[in-house]
Design a binder for this molecule. Structure first.
Ligand SMILES: *Cc1c(COP(=O)(O)O)cnc(C)c1O
Length: 427
């Protein structure tokens, strides 16, 4: 697989290089030089998840990982399913929260951890990543206990749910967590600064594991195929997919799946009040505002870092711009959508509810809607219980960590403080 830096076309990388580097020169994102078209989609859709995913990834990655390696990686990483649940006559939910940390980020995190531990051949690596909640947990669990890989996770102090925080701050060992006294965008910018600092980048062999890393995106492509395989055949070509979006990794993966030939009619980019993209799609003006805190905090992002990849998919002719619509759902309508879902017998959480609202509102005659269930409702228990007025029970993964102590260290949003901390910890 050949990848090219979207900010500097002279900076190219193989799959292994792009996975190790994370970001390219000038903080540019790596993007596939060429996305193939698969001519055996129907046949692929008949296959089981793991087997099909190996074939899809083989088509994208090529022969850089040998067959045995790719098989092992996928089998270990995708050890749980992604079931489609029907919510009403024409709307379905793709449940991506059946992994160890109960959110879709388990797919990308685990695939990346397995890939990296194979391609780095035992050399020490430091993963540095910013999280608004779920990435941290997924990355921490995916890398916990892997030899020669240390993980440093930054998160905005007090801005993610207590339970969510416990999922990644209680592991210890090779997992180091930092509570930054600011918001998610500040965490993200500290990560970017660290990657620009040669002392830290070379000295600690930095690697980013957030949705910037190409391996995470490729893993996510696979569950879009899994979704289509479970939908009624006669409706497949009328499919509208609504993606609850923050950094837009999930939507990028869906668009790569469509570029490969998967029958997806169009996409809806659903956001909360942090609506830079929906406004941009309407007005043509890129005008990020200050990030505001919402119930769907994993989407509290006003400068989505995967957006240049979506632009590239459109500019390079893989995706027709008319296939993408943006929709902002405010706090009131998010709650309304959660209640409407509950009335239909489906308990959901704010992120998925936003995508449900956007698609159920927008479907045209004959179309069917699929929204991504990006997290288990219990991950947002307090909010869900407040909105629905009913207690919900905790799955085992959450119940187990609820009583443990957080091992996170508090730091101000200062690069010098972060650098000092990392050098002390890891040098
Ligand atoms: C990360 C996350 C999102 C946003 O996904 P992006 O790929 O960053 O757009 C949505 N919902 C939940 C629950 C998440 O954890």
């Amino acid at each position: 697989m050949e990848l090219v830096n979207l900010k500097d076309s002279s900076d190219t990388a193989s799959f292994a290089e792009a996975v190790k580097r994370g970001l390219g020169k000038n903080q540019g994102l790596y993007f596939p030089e060429h996305i193939p078209t698969l001519d055996n989609i129907d046949e692929l859709l008949e296959k089981p998840f793991v087997e099909r995913s190996i074939e899809v990834l083989r088509a994208l990655i090529g022969d850089e990982l040998n067959n045995g390696e790719l098989e092992e990686i996928v089998q270990t990483a995708f050890a749980f399913g992604a079931p489609v649940e029907q919510v009403n006559d024409n709307v379905y939910c793709l449940e991506l929260f059946h992994g160890p940390t109960l959110a879709f980020k388990d797919f990308g995190g685990r695939f990346m951890a397995q890939t990296l531990s194979r391609i780095s051949e035992g050399k020490p690596i430091t993963i540095l990543t910013a999280t608004s909640g779920d990435t941290g947990a997924a990355v921490a669990h995916a890398f916990h206990g892997i030899d020669n890989i240390n993980v440093v996770i930054l998160f905005p102090k007090g801005k993610i749910s207590a339970l969510q925080e416990k999922l990644f701050t209680t592991l210890g060992g090779n997992i180091h967590t930092v509570a930054v006294e600011s918001d998610f965008d500040a965490c993200q910018s500290l990560v970017k600064t660290a990657f620009d600092d040669p002392d830290v980048r070379e000295g600690l062999h930095l690697n980013s594991a957030n949705s910037i890393n190409i391996s995470r995106l490729l893993a996510q492509v696979c569950y879009y195929f899994e979704a289509v395989s479970q939908l009624p055949k006669e409706k497949r070509d009328q499919l509208v997919i609504s993606v609850p979006s923050g950094n837009f990794g999930n939507l990028t993966a869906g668009m790569i799946a469509k570029s490969l030939g998967l029958p997806i009619k169009r996409f809806i980019a659903a956001t909360n009040l942090n609506d830079t993209v929906p406004r941009y799609l309407k007005t043509g003006e890129w005008d990020p505002k200050t990030t505001v805190a919402t119930m769907s905090n994993a989407m509290d992002v006003s400068q989505p870092n995967n957006w240049p990849r979506i632009e590239a998919l459109i500019e390079r002719g893989y995706i027709d711009k008319a296939c993408l619509k943006g929709e902002m759902v405010d706090e009131e309508y998010t709650q309304l959508a959660m209640r409407q879902l509950a009335q239909q017998g489906y308990t959901s959480e704010p992120h998925a509810a936003i995508a449900y609202r956007a698609v159920s509102h927008d479907l045209e005659d004959g179309e069917i809607g699929l929204f991504l269930g990006t997290a288990h409702p219990a991950k947002f228990r307090e909010t869900v219980e407040n909105v629905l007025g009913n207690p919900i029970s905790l799955p085992k993964a959450l119940a187990d960590v609820a009583g443990e102590d957080s091992l996170a260290v508090d730091l101000p949003a200062s690069y010098d403080a972060l650098k000092q901390h990392m050098m002390d910890l890891l040098k």
